[in-house]
Ligand binder design. Structure first.
Ligand code: HAM
Length: 436
């Protein structure tokens, strides 16, 4: 073998490193888009049946907004936010959730002055720098709702009902609705002391994380998945036994409403949620079909948040649901049977030189609101037919030959093979044929 020293050759090896998507982000490709569009249409429909209106807020906000609302000591704020300084040295954060953004918009745009109750919904990308795994991404999508302006527990239950209807309408079966009440802040502070007392002499046995939480966010110890922590927390006093009258009554209304509308639920006194803004009702809907990241949605009431962010005291309640997780559950339960993508017409050019004619016919059909396509790659008739089948065309229109010279087009129904002639410019007849 002859080896050529690189120095005496003229060969330059150019290595182009491929740029890949950021870890924890995902491309949603055309092959899977119909599931997303189906979910989006379904949820819009349901929100609109409950008279919620869509709101779209920016994907980034000042960092302080999230720190003040979600809470400095939460995992989201202390470990998971994408935060950076922009060119004017302002600290910016990609939204890890959307309650804060909606409440900021509510205050800034004086939505409360326009009507006493605002029922809002949203769909969009959120960002958290968590360890990616099935059902957990760094850019993920949520839909959610926020109702601002009423303390009525009917709205708490309505949130659960909307989320449940959406999941049920997707055909999901393996669902558990968990509800809890965190009471008003005074009650919660008082209870934290009770819990601190209970844990005082057991603190050394807790995991390192939970020992930290003992000082920073004691309620979150209930969330620990670690065996020793769970053993200790099993006998801990529960906040639900310390609730004030109002919280207790409201919680009863939530339970009665859910019973009336046939939504099965479990009271889970350990459901504390990972965000600090909650008061009274909290809830999650979990699925047994998606592995460890089982919460498909979560939410609750936050009666003090608007005030804490500088607005007039206004009660609020809401929820958000993870769309990737929901679609994963649908896939695992095979609950969505969507029709295959198709188009109405594929135009097949059977002789060269008719490219512009084909383009003209296509534009007429598209103006008639028909889904139509043709070949742009100069392919043979056989290859064009293959393409028509690939796109699941309902009809093929042949352009060319003697018929075309006579001013006619031959139209073939691909599902039964029927073929007929129509006049070249009679697009209405073609449309009728296709729509029948
Ligand atoms: P959250 O529980 O943090 O609540 O998130 C809601 C849902 O978003 C979760 O149940 C989960 O399905 C999905 N989710 C969260 N993190 C990820 C992730 N890294 N990857 C995939 N999906 C994820 C909130 O966000 C609150 N803003 C809910 C709310 C609205 N409370 C009142 N109003």
């Amino acid at each position: 073998m002859v080896t050529v020293p690189l120095s005496v050759t003229n060969i330059h090896i150019k290595i182009i490193l491929m740029i890949k998507a950021i870890t924890g982000t995902k491309d949603i490709l055309p092959a899977e888009i119909s599931k997303w569009q189906y979910l989006e249409n379904l949820l819009r429909n349901i929100f609109e049946n409950f008279n919620y209106r869509e709101i779209r807020t920016p994907v980034f906000e000042e960092t302080a907004l999230f720190a003040r609302s979600i809470g400095e000591e939460t995992d989201i704020v202390s470990k998971e936010m994408y935060t950076f300084k922009d060119r004017s040295e302002t600290s910016i954060t990609l939204r890890p959730e959307n309650t804060a953004g909606v409440v900021r918009a509510f205050i800034e745009q004086s939505l409360g002055a326009q009507q006493p109750l605002n029922k809002l919904y949203y769909i969009g990308a959120m960002f958290r720098q968590e360890r990616p795994q099935a059902g957990r991404l760094r850019q993920f999508h949520q839909f959610g709702a926020e109702a601002l302006g009423s303390t009525s527990p009917l709205l708490d239950a309505e949130m659960i009902q909307i989320a449940y209807y959406i999941l049920k309408n997707l055909g999901l079966r393996n669902l558990v609705v968990k509800i809890n009440s965190l009471g008003i802040p005074e009650v919660r502070e008082n209870y934290k002391n009770v819990l601190r007392d209970y844990l005082k002499d057991k603190k050394d046995k807790l995991s390192e994380d939970s020992r930290k939480r003992f000082d920073t966010n004691i309620l979150r110890i209930f969330d620990s998945k670690i065996e020793v922590d769970q053993q200790i927390m099993k006998d801990a006093p529960l906040l639900i036994d310390y609730l004030d009258e109002q919280s207790k009554n409201d919680f009863d209304v939530v339970k009665s409403y859910l019973t009336k509308v046939d939504i099965p639920f479990e009271v889970d006194p350990a459901l504390v949620r990972g965000l600090d803004y909650y008061t009274k009702t909290t809830f999650e809907i979990v699925s047994g079909s998606v592995g460890s990241q089982s919460a498909l949605c979560g939410g609750g009431r936050y009666d003090l948040l608007v005030e804490e962010l500088g607005g007039k005291p206004t009660p609020g309640v809401g929820f958000a649901a993870g769309m990737e997780r929901i679609l994963l559950a649908c896939e695992n339960e095979k609950s969505l049977q969507l029709p295959e993508d198709s188009i109405d017409v594929y135009l097949v050019r059977i002789e060269n030189g008719l490219e512009l004619d084909v383009a003209e016919i296509a534009s007429k059909l598209r103006r008639e609101d028909l889904q139509c396509d043709y070949d742009y790659l100069n392919r043979s008739v056989k290859a064009q037919m293959r393409e028509a089948n690939k796109y699941n065309a309902k009809f093929v229109v042949f352009v060319g030959g003697d018929e075309y010279k006579r001013g006619e087009l031959s139209v073939k129904n691909l599902s039964n093979g029927d073929q007929q002639l129509i006049k070249f410019d009679d697009t209405a007849a073609l449309k009728q044929l296709i729509n029948n």
